[in-house]
Design a protein around this ligand. Structure first.
Ligand code: C5P
Length: 482
């Protein structure tokens, strides 16, 4: 087994190891062991020599870490003592399944070597704008665009100045000028340089250009006895900021809102084995539940018998009959929004058989029907606990809009989603829907408006309906919410 002499490693690697081991309160040898273990644990394959890492062809080239990368970053390492932290940043980004391709400025190579960066990124390192190996196909353009984000760490005063003024006289500045990707800068410099009027102007210009900055932090400088704002952010802070830009949080306009939804048919028993049902699949109501959950709402879905899996993150109450559905709906109150998408049976059998009905010579036993409770109307007319926004559905086979408008008045809800369910439309049980949103505008003296949407999938109808709900109850659109 070969032994490793730390003393013989190159200076930049030694500096990195010394600083890292001091920070982690370990000996340098121990730190090397930790680094090797961490590297190996993240791999499926044994380490291969990095001396000939493959040149990446596209941003999505899989890496050898076991996990398939989900995003890619071009990391530009500028020339400053903070460059040693960029070695840790490579590791932090890779932990987050980000592929990292590194560019070193000439000055950066005084602090970290291409060899060390290549070993950590498992990629070849780019240093030269006029490198015939990568420039035969305009490699700087690929580095600028075949990635999801460009990170500059450390971003020196010189790099900021070049960027703010559009210089392109080396590989790093050419990439920064040629990119159409978001740029994250982690400045690092002496506090006097950071506070210099020229740097202030450059930073202001870069912010106007849409560049995102993280740090610098305040603290002690590498220069003995100097302290102030200018220390580069820690690798973990930069990796977190990069991750936020790569995977922006999904807007949650309904966060803090409780949404109650009914879906599916109801089964009204005739006897223990027979029931009255309808053709509702529950797909539209389930899609609305999923969309409301994705918009951040707490969702309670009361569903009749359907062949669908429960949407993740949604509380589902499974019921059979209309009366059970009403019971569960009442138990789920209060709610901020109630959407009644279920195709509830209007009638149930009054004389439900306790045993299976037998064929008799007298012919079919007469079935007496009684009206089911109207869940939508009951909840819409509650004196207390009425949800502030109540939405019903109107499935009609003729006079769609007129019938839906009179339903809005009769049931006392705020909106009706009307859809034509005549057999030719294929809506019942199908995947697409054409709907009209009929709403009572309280601000306009109860004026009724009809908004007709084009044919969409039930998922799209759900997303659109949830967007309207969010706008109405919070004033936030799905796009603008954060
Ligand atoms: O009267 P109709 O069944 O056409 O009304 C449809 C709307 O009323 C839907 O929103 C449906 O969920 C709701 N409804 C209800 N309880 C019933 C009948 C219908 O909640 N018994």
């Amino acid at each position: 087994m070969a032994s490793l002499t730390i003393r013989k490693l190159d200076d930049a690697v030694k500096t990195y190891l010394r600083l890292r081991s001091a920070k982690n309160h370990r000996s340098v040898e121990e730190e090397v062991r930790v680094i090797l273990r961490e590297l190996i644990e993240g791999r499926e394959e044994p380490l291969t020599p990095f001396s000939a890492p493959p040149a990446p062809s596209t941003a999505s080239t899989p890496q050898r870490t076991g996990a398939v990368p989900e995003a890619s970053v071009t990391l530009i390492i500028g020339g400053g003592i903070a460059a040693y932290k960029s070695l840790d940043l490579i590791r932090r980004l890779k932990e987050r399944r980000v592929e990292v391709r590194c560019v070193l400025t000439k000055a950066a190579q005084q602090f970290v070597t291409p060899l060390a960066v290549s070993a950590l990124s498992h990629e070849r390192v780019y240093t030269d704008l006029f490198d015939p190996q990568s420039e035969f196909d305009a490699g700087h353009i690929r580095l600028a665009r075949d990635c999801d984000l460009i990170v500059v760490a450390p971003a020196t005063a010189d790099l900021l100045a070049k960027m703010a003024n559009g210089h392109a006289d080396d590989l790093a500045s050419a990439i920064l000028l040629a990119t159409n990707r978001k740029i994250l800068l982690a400045p690092a410099m002496n506090p006097l340089m950071w506070n210099n009027a020229a740097t202030r102007r450059n930073v202001a210009q870069l912010q106007r250009d849409g560049v995102v900055l993280i740090g610098p932090n305040s603290g002690e400088m590498a220069e003995a006895g100097e302290a102030g704002v200018g220390r580069m952010s820690e690798a973990i802070e930069i990796a977190t900021a990069a991750e936020r830009l790569l995977r922006p949080p999904v807007p949650k306009p309904l966060a803090g809102k409780r949404v109650l939804i009914t879906a599916g048919p109801t089964h009204e028993p005739i006897d223990p084995v027979r029931y009255i049902a309808n053709r509702s699949s529950g797909k539209q109501g389930f899609a609305i539940a999923a969309a409301a959950q994705a918009a951040g709402a707490e969702v309670i879905l009361v569903s009749g018998p359907v062949d669908l899996g429960d949407p993740p993150g949604v509380t589902v109450r499974h019921v059979e009959s209309a009366r059970q559905m009403l019971e569960q709906v009442q138990a789920a109150l209060p709610a901020d929004i109630a959407i009644f998408a279920a195709a509830v049976a209007d009638w149930r059998v009054a004389n439900e058989g306790e045993q299976k009905l037998k064929k008799t010579s007298a012919g079919m036993p007469p079935l007496q029907l009684v009206e089911n409770p109207d869940i939508l109307a009951t909840i819409s007319k509650l004196p207390e606990k009425r949800p502030p926004l109540v939405i019903g559905f109107a499935a009609e086979t003729e006079h769609l809009i007129d019938n839906a408008k009179s339903k809005l008045a009769r049931k006392g809800c705020d909106w009706i989603v009307a859809n034509d369910v005549s057999p030719a439309t294929g809506v019942m049980g199908g995947d697409r829907n054409t709907v009209h949103l009929i709403s009572k505008n309280a601000a306009k003296n109860g004026e009724i408006t009809v908004d007709s949407w084009p044919v969409m999938t039930k998922e799209q109808v759900a997303i659109e309906l949830v967007a309207h709900v969010a706008k109405s109850v919070t004033g936030k659109s799905l796009e603008s919410a954060s």
